[in-house]
Design a binder for this molecule. Sequence first.
Ligand code: HEM
Length: 137
Amino acid sequence: MTSRRSVYELAGGEETFFALVDRFYQGVESDPLLRPMYPEGDLAEARRKLALFFIQYFGGPTTYSEERGHPRLRMRHLPFPIDKAARDAWMSHMHRALDETPMPDAVRAEMRQYFEHTATFLINQAPPGSLPVRGAS
Ligand code: HEM
């Protein structure tokens, strides 16, 4: 019989997502590239939004959208200059957080793949030299 349990349930419910996001933000807090993009002071709100979003995305309660509306991730990230370096820095903290948070391996692999893909999709800065120069040809 095929299991219909969500990734949210298989991961261990909301506790796992809050633990993941806590570990993730510990990395962001000391990251010289990423920290300035986040609000000054306490990151409690940022933590809560990210955890609620993951919970919703992976099949748990929809509190995120009840509080914030449609995620519109690309639009919400446009104010932040996300180039490949920022994307890779974000992913490095997420890789570490995933490695350190207990959950079944198959669930971890699925989350990793989703984060990798979404982080790439959120890049909004072209690499230097990649744009055509007007009048160059
Ligand atoms: C690629 C590198 C990324 C950077 C540099 C980045 C940066 C940020 C920043 C600075 C905020 C604002 C936090 C605040 O004001 O409280 C934010 C919010 C958020 N980010 Fe990212 N992010 C990245 C990738 C991702 C990925 C991959 C996801 C999802 C898989 C994601 C999901 C979110 C969500 C859900 C919010 C809250 C949106 C809201 O309701 O306002 N981010 N991000």
